[in-house]
Design a protein around this ligand. Structure first.
Ligand code: COA
Length: 682
């Protein structure tokens, strides 16, 4: 099937590109576009060439699937050169997402006409590469050097109407249905007025403001956001050095960088993250979606944030609390959060007001009798939750889905408090729920498939990355996170310092050190959750450090001290904590070891992988990709490292076996059991 069809109307050639789903620039599309342009070069009396894409979007960029192999000819720069050097004006009609190579194609055309809703961007750095076909150089000439640099090094897309980027297009159109018709009418008008000349972007001048760019400021911004991904900084350094060069020369440098980066481990990891997200979202449902109005039980930090999540996605929300006072505090928290988003420019005043208007408070269970879904986000106690579910069972309509946001408790037991366990499901949000993308959908023993299907559809609407998991302590995410936490604490007992442990994991690329995270979230939270379960007899040191800190009243930031001391505002190391740890270690006769940042990060990662493989083996999670999604979106795992399972794959079975067997020898096979690595890593 051909992907490019050419027709000529009144001496204007229309190249219709139709390569579903997103018109990615595959080798076939590049070849066909080149062939079509070459054929048009021989066409007499042609006055203009218009590029138009079928479907929901203009070209969304390179076909990322091709990046795993060798670059395939014809390459994109060949197509770009043909468009720019065309003897007749070339015009791109833009809609949907004009990204990466798509924007490079558009920028190489002589004119651009866009729907006002169009998004434009150079997202390559997000995939660990850089624009390889002159996108930076041409965008510098179309929207200004600083704006082009910002777009390419941040990877963020913007609306085509954004004042900093609106100069990209000569003409904007309101209505999708009119794009082709009005675009052609514009071209015809210009031809009649004789004002449509050939206008190669490469020949446009650079803006004079470029001399004043504060490159150091750019560098700081890039370093803050790029973390373990080297592409943005390398691109920035190159653009700082070469921006004044003519397009062809500047493009040569970025092309070289693109070719070098595309085979890097970071680029592979980022591609893995991209396709994992798509794969995990892919489930297409045949069921109608039946959730319109929801209720959230509990207006605490979690409940309020869940309420915001739903209102952001356009759902009506009833926030239910026990007392008017608690309810008002929750509603105020929501109002403040929306106000902050508005003041930071994340949402408009209209959006703030619309979303706030969707949320109503109530202290009366009767008011939620007609909602389609309830999410319980009350105190983490089995008894409290059972009582709530009993009430929900008696007031909610028959078709309602009853979800709990518990992070550890047994949902099978919660479900027993109702007469409809098939309607009970876990909806485990991560804090802050309106920001963190991960959502665990917990299928309890009796949860029906239809309910899980509704949850999966809902997750998409909430723009969450959902993983469906089974019931066990901590489900998949907190269970593996607990194993990671256990290993961190064990290394403290073996003599690794607090400072070194946090440094190791920060250097690895985690957003924060694990001990600083504990202080932020409250050491007592995990401690209380674990206390409901018997202490594992095979693991005498199991979270003993946390227990000792809680006993000493060091609960984290909220109590002024935890692993660190906060009495003077910022986190300071405190010799007392090292003392507490040393005492526990001495009591347990823990053998002391030497650590460095590398050995700490490696052991922490091995603990994650070990638990992840067990979680997979026990069927708590079905796909190994879900593990990576959990870590990328729930715990700030560096995206450019792909996730624990991706890293395991990179290490290879032999290397992993060796590392794990050394640990098994030292610490026993209860902590480091033999694993069926081949099943998940082959
Ligand atoms: N190359 C190959 N496949 C791509 C692709 C690309 N550049 N972009 C999207 N796809 C695939 C997706 O994997 C998905 O496949 P599936 O249906 O088998 O799961 C399908 O196209 C639809 O994509 P999806 O993301 O679900 O559609 P959307 O409408 O939600 O979003 C985009 C569309 C274009 C915004 C989004 O897909 C995207 O950001 N793509 C990447 C763009 C990019 O980074 N381009 C620069 C490459 S260097």
């Amino acid at each position: 099937m051909s992907l490019v069809n050419t027709r000529i109307v009144d001496q204007i050639a229309i190249l219709e590109i139709d390569s579903p789903p997103v018109n990615a620039l595959s080798v076939q599309l590049r070849s066909e576009m080149i062939a079509a342009l070459q054929a048009l070069g021989e066409q007499p009396k042609l006055q203009a060439i218009v590029l138009h894409c079928a479907g929901s979007t203009f070209i969304c960029g390179a076909d990322i699937r091709e990046f795993d192999g060798e670059p395939l000819a014809p390459h994109l720069p060949e197509l770009i050169t043909l468009l720019e050097s065309s003897a007749v004006p070339t015009i791109a009609l833009l809609h949907g997402h004009v990204l990466g190579g798509g924007l490079e194609v558009a920028a190489a055309c002589h004119y651009r006409i866009a729907l006002k809703s169009t998004n434009i961007g150079l997202p390559e750095v997000g995939l660990g590469v850089v624009p390889g076909a002159g996108g930076c150089q041409r965008m510098m000439r179309l929207v200004g050097v600083a704006n082009a640099v910002k777009m390419a090094t941040s990877g963020r897309a913007v609306k085509v109407t954004d004042p900093s980027y609106v100069s990209l297009c000569e003409h904007l159109i309101d209505n999708q249905d009119d794009l082709l018709e009005q675009g052609l009418a514009w071209v015809q008008r210009q031809l009649v007025e004789n004002s449509l000349s050939v206008k190669p972007t490469s020949e446009l001048a650079l803006d004079t403001e470029a001399e004043k760019i504060d490159w150091q400021l750019f560098k700081k911004q890039v370093q803050r956001s790029a973390k373990s991904n080297p592409a943005p900084l390398q691109l920035l350094q190159q653009l700082e050095r070469y921006w004044p060069l003519p397009v062809a020369q500047g493009e040569k440098h970025t092309r070289e960088l693109f070719l070098q980066l595309r085979q890097s481990t970071e680029a592979k990891a980022l591609r893995h993250a991209f396709f994992t997200e798509k794969k995990m979202q892919a489930g297409r449902s045949k069921q109608a979606f039946s959730i319109a109005e929801v209720a959230v039980i509990g207006a605490g930090t979690m409940g309020s944030a869940i309420g915001i999540c739903f209102a952001d996605a356009g759902f009506k929300v009833i926030l239910l609390e026990q007392s008017q006072q608690a309810l008002e505090r929750g509603l105020k928290r929501i109002e403040d959060e929306y106000q902050r988003s508005y003041e930071r420019g994340r949402i408009s005043q209209k959006q703030r007001d619309q979303r706030l208007a969707l949320i109503h408070g109530s202290c009366d269970y009767a008011s939620i009798s007609e909602v389609d879904l309830v999410i319980e986000a009350a105190f983490e106690s089995l008894q409290v939750k059972q009582t709530i579910f009993k009430s929900l069972d008696s007031v909610c309509k028959k078709a309602a889905i009853l979800a709990t946001n518990t992070s550890y408790l047994d949902i099978d037991v919660i479900a027993q408090a109702t007469s409809r366990p098939e309607a009970v499901v876990g909806m485990h949000f991560f804090s802050p729920a309106n920001i963190m993308k991960l959502l665990e959908i917990v299928k309890a023993d009796k949860t029906s498939d239809a309910v899980v299907d509704q949850m999966q559809q809902l997750a998409k609407k909430l723009r969450k990355q959902a993983v469906t998991v089974g019931v066990c302590f901590g489900f998949a995410a907190n269970r593996i996170y607990t194993r990671y936490g256990r290993e961190i604490q064990q290394m403290l007992l073996e003599g690794a310092s607090i400072e070194l442990v946090d440094k190791a994991m920060r250097e690895f690329g985690m957003a924060m050190g694990p001990l600083a995270v504990q202080d932020l979230s409250g050491i007592d939270i995990g401690h209380n959750a674990r206390s409901a379960y018997p202490h594992p007899s095979h693991d005498p040191g199991y979270f003993k450090v946390s227990a000792a800190l809680v006993e000493a009243g060091r609960l984290g930031r909220k109590s002024g001290s935890g692993f660190y001391d906060y009495s003077e505002g910022s986190a300071r190391l405190d010799a007392k904590v090292e003392q507490i740890i040393a005492t526990v270690a001495a009591e347990l006769k823990v053998v002391q070891s030497e650590f460095n940042t590398r050995s700490i990060a490696q052991r922490a990662l091995l603990a994650m992988i070990s638990e992840a493989v067990q979680v997979l083996d026990q069927g708590i999670v079905q796909q190994k990709e879900a593990i990576d999604l959990i870590w990328l979106h729930g715990y700030g795992f560096p995206r450019a490292k792909g996730g624990p399972m991706f890293m395991a794959q990179q290490w290879g079975i032999a290397e992993l076996e060796q590392q794990l067997s050394e640990l098994r020898e030292q610490h026993g096979d209860k902590i480091w059991p033999s694993l069926n690595l081949a099943k998940y890593l082959a």
